[in-house]
Design a binder for this molecule. Structure first.
Ligand code: HEC
Length: 144
């Protein structure tokens, strides 16, 4: 009688082990199939994130402006990303003027320059000795 019980236990165990094995196998196959379906390789987009001009601009920005400005976040000065494109500035030339001779704009009673100065501090005045090309490069960097 005891040996019959043992046999039943043995057979049940084998049955259970087989069932678990089959279920695990089926699952692993299902997963593998899913993986195969997901391997359609998307076309990689290659190329530099920044143009050469913007890279120069980034160096100039880091050396001259980054102490007070971030692209996306207000710091000592306002964030500068997309300054011209998003309509904050009337033109590129305005940016040149602001960076190289902010005082001139203030003296001309330029409304915008006065307002931005009031919002921050009147103490700081931009008088960078940068060439046209350098300012253009910075502008390219903050625009891209
Ligand atoms: C010592 C800190 C400091 C440095 C360095 C600095 N700025 Fe500024 N910037 C400010 C502050 C403060 C303002 C806010 C208005 C003001 O006080 O002139 C400002 C405002 C500006 C604005 C006007 C932003 C707007 O919303 O219209 C521009 C453009 C600008 N900075 C560009 C630059 C560039 C480009 C450089 C680097 C070549 C630079 N700044 C370096 C502090 C700085």
């Amino acid at each position: 009688m005891k040996s019959v019980t043992n046999k039943i236990i043995l057979l049940t165990s084998i049955f259970l082990i087989l069932t678990i094995g089959i279920v695990a196998f089926v699952y692993s196959q299902a997963e593998r199939n899913e993986f195969v379906c997901a391997t359609e390789i998307p076309q990689p987009i290659c190329g530099n994130a920044f143009s050469e001009k913007a890279k120069e601009g980034r160096n100039l920005f880091n050396a001259n402006c980054a102490a007070c400005h971030k692209l996306y976040k207000k710091m000592v000065g306002p964030s500068l990303k997309g300054l011209v494109q998003n309509g904050r500035y009337p033109s590129k030339e305005y940016f040149y003027e602001y960076v190289r001779n902010e005082n001139k704009l203030i003296e001309q009673n330029d409304e915008y320059a006065k307002a931005i100065n009031d919002e921050y501090s009147r103490d700081y005045s931009h008088e960078f000795e940068l060439t046209d090309l350098e300012v253009e490069q910075i502008l390219e960097y903050i625009s891209e």
